[in-house]
Design a protein. Structure first.
Length: 524
């Protein structure tokens, strides 16, 4: 059995090497080769009246430029899939080092290899990240979001996501500005607003990094939903602060009216994203009533409506993440009641596959972009940024938990606070936001990029690799993996049906619940 595993591992390594060689040689040498000319040469003999001699019929032709872009895209996807497959063939390695860390290391090696070949490594473009790689991960999280624990802890999640993110942003930004004014740091040109903008960028807890680490350590449902819910909802705060400070930095003066409009924009971005997502979720649920004769396109409506919700929110600079979360949460109970079991299985496994590949590509591109990017290293700025991120996170969690525990029935213990603070991982969202900065308006952009990458590497490698042994050392409760018996499932479903039926009978005839059941559920 061991020899078979070693043989499979060697085959996977050989496949990865072949894919990498083909990818790099294809993107560099073949992409730079001159394109074929379809025009006849000027010294053709037919131009002088001589009979034209036809060339031999091309039995085999070569035209790489015709398939260059899709070929490279699928090579990257193949590389990501082989990496994910290879890691799970080495259980001892994957149990010690998180998969996200291994993927970043692979990205560093790939970027270094591309540079050795004399080519420019690709960078994780912000449009590629926000429009292609991030939506599948958020849709998977929103569609399969455990609604009950999420709603039960919504107040706590909002406190960490809104108040906690605001605290981190202003704490980090203001103290960084103070450090920059110290003589000898060579940072006197960095003003307050760029520091606050940078503080907002590095304060966002990344849902991709949290998912990648927390799902591996199987943390209990309460801590998972608190940290993951915070990483989802703090997107609205981060987007508002980012655009707010970016706009303020381009102005000569900022008055009270601008500050008031900035506060209003937070509610517009967050609530607007939720409204857009809810509308598309209702449209999906209503459309699924009429798909009984065309079952094959049922999953398509779920994917298309969800992506349109995300794009529609982004058109108006609303929170696309909030739109996807709302769309998935609203549509799921009604869609699953209308579609077939095969369509449900298709949606489930396609979303899992899509999000897994996107997550893998994100971490690989993070490593490649680190090698490809233009950096400006400043020991003072980078070191102080890492320290302030940790201090702000710890103080914020302790202070907010002190207030939250006064209203919670199930109190958050000291161990819970430690895991929440330690699980505040940063990732590709912070990198993409800092990469969007215009170097003309922000001359310190390259230094910001270097500091953000350092923070990402510190949280993913140091915190991500040590959180599992710390959870075991502190004896933190983990998620129960045992499945309920059929008897328990039937009993739970019957009880939930009776409770729902009783609530519906108590409500008025034209309540929202009955309207939804009458016009969305096809079988009622």
């Amino acid at each position: 059995m061991a020899s078979q595993t070693d043989r499979s591992l060697r085959m996977n390594i050989m496949l990865v090497v072949v894919v990498m060689v083909v990818m790099f040689s294809g993107t560099s040498v073949l992409a730079s080769s001159p394109q074929k000319s379809h025009n006849k040469p000027s010294n053709d003999s037919s131009a002088h009246g001589a009979p034209r001699q036809d060339k031999a019929f091309p039995v085999l032709d070569f035209d790489y430029n015709h398939v260059h872009y899709p070929f490279v895209i699928f090579l990257w996807i193949l590389l990501a899939s082989l990496m994910k497959l290879g890691f799970h063939l080495i259980p001892r390695l994957s149990s010690i080092v998180p998969e996200s860390c291994l993927l970043i290391v692979v990205g560093l090696l790939v970027g270094g290899l591309i540079k050795l070949l004399g080519e420019t490594p690709p960078v994780l473009d912000s449009d590629l990240f926000f429009l292609c790689l991030l939506p599948p991960i958020i849709l998977d999280a929103g569609y399969f979001l455990p609604i009950r624990p999420f709603m039960e802890n919504l107040g706590t999640i909002l406190m960490f996501a809104v108040v906690g993110t605001l605290w981190n942003s202003f704490f980090i930004g203001s103290l960084l500005f103070g450090v920059c004014q110290i003589e000898g740091t060579n940072l006197a040109t960095v003003t307050l607003l760029p520091c606050l903008l940078f503080g907002a960028i590095v304060s966002a807890v990344d849902p991709v990094a949290v998912l990648a680490v927390f799902e591996e350590i199987h943390i209990n449902e309460l801590l998972h939903i608190l940290v993951f819910g915070e990483s989802l909802l703090n997107d609205a705060v981060t987007v508002v602060l980012y655009h707010l400070f970016e706009e303020y930095s381009s102005r000569s003066t900022v008055n009270i009216g601008d500050v008031f409009l900035g506060i209003v924009s937070f509610f517009v971005v967050s609530l607007g994203g939720i409204l857009v997502g809810a509308i598309y979720g209702i449209l999906t649920a209503f459309t699924s009533r009429f798909t009984s004769h065309t079952r094959v396109i049922e999953p398509l409506f779920v994917f298309v409506y969800s992506y349109l919700a995300y794009l529609s929110a982004e058109v108006f600079h609303l929170s696309g993440i909030m739109a996807l979360i709302a769309c998935g949460a609203v549509m799921r109970p009604y869609v699953e009641a209308n579609i077939s079991h095969k369509s449900h299985t298709t949606i489930k496994y396609f979303l899992k596959m899509w999000s897994s590949v996107s997550e893998t590509l994100i971490f690989i591109f993070l490593g490649v972009s680190t090698v490809a990017g233009t950096h400006r290293w400043n020991w003072t700025f980078v070191t102080v940024t890492v320290i302030l991120c940790m201090v702000a996170r710890v103080l914020g969690v302790i202070g907010l938990t002190f207030v939250i525990n006064k209203f919670r029935i199930v109190k958050l213990t000291t161990k819970d606070q430690f895991i929440i603070a330690y699980g505040g991982l940063r990732g590709a969202i912070a990198f993409s936001l800092v990469y969007l900065l215009n170097e003309k308006h922000f001359p310190m952009r390259n230094m910001f990029v270097t500091a953000v990458i350092t923070v990402i590497f510190f949280t993913v490698f140091v915190q991500g690799m040590t959180i599992r042994p710390l959870v075991d050392l502190l004896a933190v409760k983990k998620k129960q993996e045992t499945k309920r018996s059929i008897n328990e499932e039937i009993h739970t479903q019957v009880m939930m049906h009776q409770i729902t039926r009783g609530l519906c009978e108590l409500s008025s005839r034209y309540s929202i619940s009955l309207v939804c059941k009458r016009y969305i559920f096809k079988d009622i």
